[in-house]
Design a protein around this ligand. Sequence first.
Ligand SMILES: NC(=O)c1ccc[n+]([C@@H]2O[C@H](COP(=O)([O-])OP(=O)(O)OC[C@H]3O[C@@H](n4cnc5c(N)ncnc54)[C@H](OP(=O)(O)O)[C@@H]3O)[C@@H](O)[C@H]2O)c1
Length: 264
Amino acid sequence: MTVSAEPFAQKYGPYALVAGGSYGLGAAFAEGIARRGVNLVIVARNKDALNTTAARIRETHGVDVKTIVADLADVDNVKKRVSALSVEIGLFVYDAAFVPIGPFAEATEDQLAAAAAVNVRAPLLLTKFFATPMITRGRGGIVLMSSLAGGQGSPNLATYAATKAFNTILAEGLWKELSPLGVDVLVCTAGAIMTPGYEQAENVKPAPGTLPPVTVAETTLDALGNGPVVVPGAVNKIGRFMMTRLLSRRAAIGIMSKNTGGLS
Ligand SMILES: NC(=O)c1ccc[n+]([C@@H]2O[C@H](COP(=O)([O-])OP(=O)(O)OC[C@H]3O[C@@H](n4cnc5c(N)ncnc54)[C@H](OP(=O)(O)O)[C@@H]3O)[C@@H](O)[C@H]2O)c1
């Protein structure tokens, strides 16, 4: 469905920033945005992967792609590096996540702090950083990534799931608050995505409805302006409806536990 009367590049250009844009879903977001004619700033830690993706997108889509090698846990550094580029960011996509997998009893404080820093503090403070000038301009877009795991408690993924619930609720509130000001906010509540991160996780059972990154990115970008929530894939839509609307909390946590309870 076409969701905005204005062409994508006019509404969300001239630059989009993808936080975690070097591979997997983040790279698919960057590709999809470039295909829609918007220049890019992509942020990630690994310089080589970032440069490879940037070169491929420049070559394929003819847009400008700037890179920032940085850890999103250090928000002040990221803000400083973005300001130094002196470009107007009309679209902000927060893709990166830290996923501590396994029993809570075995998680270290460093892992829990990293999950809070990368999955909660950074999307919150960077949303504030990018939304402020968007509100002044009266146009822009913000996409936060969430997960079906964030719809209910998810044993052995409890911290990650809770950080994803934070992103869902934040985006829902901002969708209502910022849409009259011209800024579209959307949260993507994804099921399993065949990204390198997902494929490398140990003891992950193949989930029904697993999607390739390009499908998730394209469905999400097409839904921008039609928030607050997009759930890519029919199986995932049904799953989310069942888990969050039909079942009791106990039953939903029990079902999730069958999928995540063995993760280590
Ligand atoms: N994969 C799934 O099955 C699934 C399911 C539901 C929701 N999601 C959500 O979808 C999003 C992406 O999923 P994914 O985990 O599969 O990742 P991905 O999109 O395949 O890749 C993660 C990207 O973020 C970057 N990144 C990670 N940590 C970073 C940090 N601290 N600072 C800067 N950049 C960082 C990575 O590059 P570097 O490593 O070089 O920094 C990479 O570019 C996440 O928000 C996740 O919660 C995923």
